[in-house]
Each structure stands twice: as C-alpha cells, then as structure tokens.
Write a protein that binds this ligand. Sequence first.
Ligand code: NAD
Length: 367
Amino acid sequence: MSNPSLLILAGDGIGPEVMAQVQRIIGWYGEKRGLNFDVSEDLVGGAAYDKHGTPLTDETMAKAQAADAVLLGAVGGPKYDDLDFSVKPERGLLRLRKEMDLFANLRPAQCFDALAEFSSLKTELVSGLDIMIVRELTSGVYFGEPRGIFEEGNQRVGINTQRYTEAEIERGARAAFELAMKRDKRLCSMEKANVMESGILWREVVTEVSKDYPEVALSHMYADNGAMQLVRAPKQFDVIYTDNLFGDILSDCAAMLTGSLGMLPSASLGAPMENGHPKALYEPVHGSAPDITGQGKANPSACILSFAMALRYSFDQGAEADRLEAAVEKVLADGIRTADLMQAGDGKPVSTTEMGDAILAALDASL
Ligand code: NAD
C-alpha cells in the first residue's frame, strides 16, 4: 500500500521557519515509528505570487485536491499589502478553503498546565481546559446574498444576509457529532434562535441530526450567553458547534483563554474522500508574523500541533497524535520556552530550532 500523501505549503514570513521544524518531526515518525508520508512541497501566498504572479496556481490547487492532507504555514506580509485584492496572499488560502469545500473549521482551545498563567482568566478556570469549537466555514452571513452597499433614499445602506440551508447546517453538525463521539460525548450548539429564523432552523436541524448520535448529550445555548459562559466557566464545554459569524468570534475568544497565539493549531475539514477521511487543511491560527520573521524567534508549536491534528483526523494515528501533544506538553513543563511564552524576569528563550530539538528529544524519551 502506498504511503499517505501530505502537501506542505509553508507560505510566507515565519511559515517556512516553523514548517522546517514540522519536517523534522515528520522525519522522526518515519525513522522511529515506521510512519512514512509522501510529502510534497509547493508555494502559496506571497511566495507563489513572487514566482508565478498568483497566490495559488492551478497546479498547486490540483495537488491540494489530490492530497490526503494539506499542511499550511502562513500567508501574507507587508510586502504584499499594496497588491490588487485579486492576487493578495490571503486569496490563495481562501481559494484552497473554497475549492476543497472545507465546511467545518475545528479550533481546539486546550490549555497546557505550564502555560495557565498566560491566560487572561484565573488559573483554576483554565487549567486542564480542553474544548473544541466547530465553526461552519463556507456559508452564513459572510457569503449570503443579497450583500453590498446600496443607495436608499438620501443615504447608503450596508447589507449582508444570514442564509443557511438545512444541508449546510446538517453536514457541519455531523462533523461536530463525530468529534464529540471521539471526545467526551457532549455537544453544545450555539445560535440566536430567540431572534433569528436561521437560528430556529439551526436548532431544529441539529436536534434532528442528534437522533443518529444517541450517546452524545446535546445542549443548546444562545450564542451571546455562550460568549459569557466561555469566559465565566469554560471547562463546562466539550464540543461547541456554531455558525460562521458566531464561530469566528467565539473561537478567537476561546483561543485567548489558552494564552499564546504560538500554541494554537486548527483544522478545516470537508466531505469524505475515497479513503473515508475528510478533505483536510491543517494550519496554525497565527499569521506570518513579519515582526519576528528571520530572527529564529517563532514558536513552531502551533504548526507542530496542527500536524498532530492531521495525524488524528486524516491518518488514523490518534495514539501518535497523543504522543506528539504530550511531547509538546513535556517541553513546556520543563520550562523550555520560545520568547512568546516568556514574561519579564523569566530566563533565556530558546530559538525556533531549539524548540524543535526539545520536542524531538521528548519524542525520543517517549519510546
Ligand atoms: P500574526 O499572527 O502574524 O502576528 C501577531 C503577533 O503574534 C505578532 O507580534 C507575532 O510576532 C506574534 N506571533 C504570531 N505567531 C507567532 C509564533 N508562532 N511564535 C511567536 N510569535 C508569534 O498576525 P498579524 O501581525 O496581524 O498579521 C501578519 C500577517 O499575517 C498579515 O499579512 C496577515 O494578513 C497575515 N495573517 C495570515 C494568517 C494565515 O495565514 N492564516 C492569519 C492571520 C494573519
């Protein structure tokens, strides 16, 4: 049987720097665990624009469609700020998400105990936190028609439309229930059924889907209350399923509970492929961090943890994903930190490569 395929798009800024550490981890899995991937690399974002005049070529798009999983670093940077909208680096990422039809965005908010002090909340509220927000990514108010700025009488009016079909709500809900089945079997669906018809439909469809998942305890919450509960008592949640707009806000809010941008992975999943796994794009939540690019300061953990998600959701390697997450946790517990995880008075930060070294050493120690 051939090895699973992984397309790596390192992108811009710190993307290639953090991805170099992921490549070392991938090499470790081949060498020490007999887990080999057919890895290919290509350009996206500003790097693709510089070479091809477009942030994503058709050839790269085709490779992404064919791959078992895509791992992306980051795109963008000040050099590209003045480019026409149609060729901006972000358009490459948006094209990937759109054409791969990645409708479920998974944003874990997991608080490593060693970093609990970095949270904006009290340590006891976040210590041990492990929640997963599933955000519907391809529909809702960011895409609904009509949209635009129109003349109405003597003034302009800005219009966006929240629109969801049953099928769109249902496929995201199934992804969320499947995840809940692999976790603590609790799902909280968030909408505003009190004031929005799309919210009423959302609640009805999620309730209907729940009949196929009798083991999962389903609850419903208005999204504004959800925001309050996330900062009041976040550990009450396991999986949260919500729409594109609420998910955009709630997932950023939950992310900050855990401290640093340099630690946050994500996955965007689509429909199942022939191999039974969903189409998938894994990427750190952070951007290209132009302020620290080329200085060896970037924390590679978010990108490494994104690869751990790929092991879990695309390659059926849940135990190896656990191993990698535990290695990152051990390094943090040992006090090894990149600069973004340090406070005044802490010791000397390690470099991007040294963080990679430490994670590899922790992986070795796990054998
Ligand atoms: P950013 O996430 O790049 O950086 C925000 C801050 O966090 C910076 O101070 C940066 O140094 C720090 N930071 C981010 N990742 C880090 C890491 N791994 N280790 C240590 N520190 C880290 O966001 P920004 O500054 O708003 O945007 C910079 C560029 O990235 C822009 O061009 C933006 O459009 C793009 N961007 C891309 C993505 C993506 O590729 N998915 C996401 C967000 C922003």
